[in-house]
Write a protein of this length. Structure first.
Length: 254
């Protein structure tokens, strides 16, 4: 190796630690900013209880940042603070159930993105027993983040839980790629091409970036559906008053 090449390598190696520190500092600053915004937007008592739930989730190795992002999304939309607290608490409980179910099924620690996506699928109607069965049938070395996300997307399209699970299980048995599995969201009944494309794009982002969390306890994520009784637009009319259009009906339980 030439003297010039060795010199260049020394420069690169010296630069790596500061770069890693900068990336970590940026992530911490982002998390701190989200926390600060929530404390400004929520009543003090609600924020205190909610952050206790988030802190407990983080200590348990759950993707707590996804809970924080969930709360921030609803707060920005003007959702009632106590409904936000309830939604975050229930989602944390689902995350814990999904983590335990995946560990029973696969005898390894699930990643944070798998836990978050599985909790969303559970929120939409997949029960604990089916989560375990689904995980047992899937290849043990494969992330279930995108498959769980697509199951949730299919449930959003109105497919029954058993049908959504069966479609994704069939693709997994065929060793389909995540991108191929995402195509199920495009082809689901009642899905426009734009809706399906958005769902597939979000699924790719979840699998490619491992956000929320390539490892348990990290990352932000999709905040999921609104708290119970809150329309998808945060309770605000879909069109300006006087146009004669009704706001969208509230969805089901989060």
């Amino acid at each position: 190796m030439s003297f010039r090449m060795r010199s260049m390598m020394r420069v690169v190696m010296r630069a790596i630690p500061p770069l890693l520190w900068a990336v970590g500092a940026m992530a911490q600053a982002s998390d701190a900013d989200a926390s600060a915004r929530l404390r400004q937007m929520l009543p003090a008592d609600v924020a205190s209880r909610m952050f206790a739930v988030i802190g407990k989730a983080r200590a348990a190795g759950l993707p707590a940042d996804a809970l924080e992002n969930r709360a921030l999304k609803f707060a920005v939309k003007g959702v009632d603070p106590r409904a936000i607290e309830k939604s975050v608490t229930e989602q944390a409980e689902r995350m814990e159930r999904v983590r335990d179910a995946l560990q029973r099924a696969r005898a390894r620690k699930p990643a944070g993105d798998e836990i978050d996506a599985g909790a969303e699928a559970m929120r939409k109607g997949v029960d604990d027993v089916r989560v375990v069965a689904f995980a047992k049938d899937a290849p043990n070395d494969r992330s279930l983040a995108v498959p769980f996300y697509v199951i949730g997307s299919l449930l959003d399209r109105g497919l029954p839980s058993d049908s959504a699970l069966a479609r994704v299980e069939e693709r997994l048995r065929a060793h389909a790629s995540d991108r191929d599995i995402e195509k199920l969201a495009l082809d689901a009944p009642g899905t426009s091409r734009n809706e399906g494309a958005r769902g597939a794009e979000m699924g790719r982002a979840l699998g490619a970036t491992k956000r929320p969390g390539g490892a348990a306890g990290t990352g932000g994520g999709s905040a999921g559906g609104p708290p119970a009784g809150v329309p998808g637009n945060g309770g605000k009319p879909a069109t300006p008053p006087g146009l004669g259009k009704k706001p969208p009906a509230p969805p089901g339980k989060p």
